[in-house]
Design a protein around this ligand. Structure first.
Ligand SMILES: [Zn+2]
Length: 240
């Protein structure tokens, strides 16, 4: 089976499953008390959020992303990355490194725990998802990507977290990854990499929004980039 069905409660409650996967998950729900009670809890909070139409991000922010793309294209990404200076205050470089570390930690954590206790991991993830959905200031937005599939973001500024759910994104070669960006007035800020290929329905938690309300999704070299190197395939802004 493509996914461990126990891990799909979050994506199911968010309506992020494709029809075939949704039917398989619904069949699984009939025989799994754990998943059924999780879905009931999640569905309540999702219903409370209501459905928000996707909003394009402000034009000013969109232009800044494209600026970043133009500049980054001049030189291969690796060559634009200066050596970090120990003890230097946080900069965009530190932010990029932190985002990359976070993505790696998530992937490593998932890989280790999958081998030992997939169900505990799934429950921990769903607990975190539920907390974001249940936050009084949670906002959600969905956008189709220009390459197919969709991106859904549910964010809580007070928790400083967002749930990122993608659905039916095209598979990428192993040398490429999907990367999320926070669109800020200072330019695009690296956000988590999204697991491609085969497990795309499992949501990722974006920890550390720092006030970001607009997002973009690009395709980057595997491991992620400090700056976008390709034009966004999706952009969205959270409703106020
Ligand atoms: Zn289950």
């Amino acid at each position: 089976m493509k996914h461990d069905l126990h891990t799909l409660t979050g994506a199911y409650a968010l309506g992020a499953l494709e029809p075939a996967e949704r039917r398989r998950f619904e069949a699984h729900l009939r025989g799994c008390d754990n998943c059924r009670s999780e879905v009931e809890g999640l569905a309540e909070t999702v219903a409370r959020l209501g459905s928000a139409a996707a909003e394009p991000p402000p034009e000013r922010l969109r232009e800044r992303v494209m600026d970043g793309v133009e500049r980054t294209r001049q030189v291969p990404p690796r060559l634009t990355r200066p050596m970090p200076v120990p003890g230097r205050p946080a900069t965009w470089l530190a932010t990029a490194a932190a985002a990359a570390c976070l993505a790696l930690a998530l992937l490593a954590g998932v890989a280790v725990q999958r081998a030992t206790d997939e169900r505990d991991r799934a429950h921990a993830l769903n607990t975190e998802i539920t907390a974001v959905l249940a936050a009084p200031d949670a906002r959600t937005a969905t956008a189709r990507t220009s390459t197919g599939g969709s991106l859904t973001i549910i964010a809580s500024p007070t928790l400083d977290k967002a749930v990122i759910a993608v659905s039916a994104l095209p598979d990428l070669p192993s040398t490429r990854t999907y990367q999320l960006w926070h669109l800020t007035s200072a330019g695009p800020r690296p956000a988590p990499l999204l697991r491609p290929t085969g497990r795309d329905a499992i949501p990722v938690i974006d920890r550390g929004l720092n006030g970001a309300r607009a997002f973009a999704l690009t395709v980057e070299p595997s491991g992620g980039s400090p700056r976008p190197t390709t034009p966004p395939i999706a952009q969205l802004a959270l409703p106020v």
